[in-house]
Write a protein that binds this ligand. Sequence first.
Ligand code: HEC
Ligand code: HEC
Length: 322
Amino acid sequence: MTRQLKLCAAIGLTAVLTVMPVLAGKPLNEPIKPIPATIDVDPKKVALGRKLFHDNRLSKDNTVSCASCHDLANGGVDHVKVSTGVEGKQGHINSPTVYNTAFLFRLFWDGRAENLEEQVDGPIQNPIEMGSLWPDVVAKLYEDAEYPRLFDEAFGGGISRQNIKSALAEFQRSLITPNSRFDQYLLGNENAITELEKKGYQNFKSYGCISCHQGAAVGGNMFQLFGVANSYFQTRGNITKADMGRFNVTGNVLDKHTFKVPSLRLAALTPPYLHDGNAPTLRAAVDIMFKFQLGREAPDEDKDAIVAFIKTLAGEHPEMKK
Ligand code: HEC
Ligand code: HEC
């Protein structure tokens, strides 16, 4: 009798367990946070910002738009080591993605812009990117058949440097990528990622990657020295100004070779990697992290699992599919 009861209980339990994974489980409390499904933005400013983002007239000779270096259908990057701007001028640093920039505490590799509005001054005026003067940009946009009305509707005011910056910033804030497989896992769907990917996440935590890459963007919330364990720059050679990182902003020797920890959210889609574009694959970037940030060796299978985990972080945005 007791035996039978125990058996029934066991069967009952199995039945419950097999049903469980289909139902949403409890959200997990982890150092990586899911990207919210929506973000509060003004649709008129977003639509205007989208048009500006693709507009070549923001550049000196009308040849380059923000999208030239941040291709939204290709991860929001240009997939080259360093970008090419107006008149074929070569940049000094790898272009990061514009997706999920709403979650970054500062902008640029060295964090020199406090917010997305301030960031816009960089590319527009940079002689090797768009090379423009603000009054010229404003004048060119006034000649357009639609902009004067669109600015008026979005801001209740005319075309100005401030309104252009504000519209571009609002558009970029809308570029969030929710619903990644990893976020589904965080939200309680235990089957959203494979055993290998789970192992990869465990490795990511146990080896210490998580101490720098964390939060909603899996990065982007602190500055860190590049070369904590070994000198990356001495090993690579040819040290440039861009390699100085945050030191270029603060002049503080302690900030030499310090960078904003990059977001890994879209890393699966944005080779080459690192501020110098020196890592052609995700696996190469992970090897460099082990050697120079952690000073540790690890079996290939542990690194491969980490790469598999990083690939689960990329979510969705309608612009990604165009
Ligand atoms: C010629 C190529 C090029 C063009 C054109 C360009 N960018 Fe960039 N963008 C870059 C590069 C390279 C960086 C990294 C620069 C740095 O960190 O010093 C960058 C950085 C950024 C960042 C910071 C991302 C982060 O992770 O911190 C944002 C946001 C951004 N660009 C938006 C824009 C917008 C908006 C425009 C148009 C007004 C634009 N970019 C035009 C190449 C370009
Ligand atoms: C001490 C802080 C720190 C630790 C620990 C760390 N990283 Fe990083 N990570 C960084 C910084 C800083 C960069 C940017 C380096 C640069 O190019 O200037 C970076 C860059 C990367 C990139 C390239 C991203 C891109 O878009 O270019 C990947 C991938 C990466 N890290 C993965 C990892 C993995 C996996 C681990 C663990 C094995 C790890 N990181 C450990 C700070 C850290």
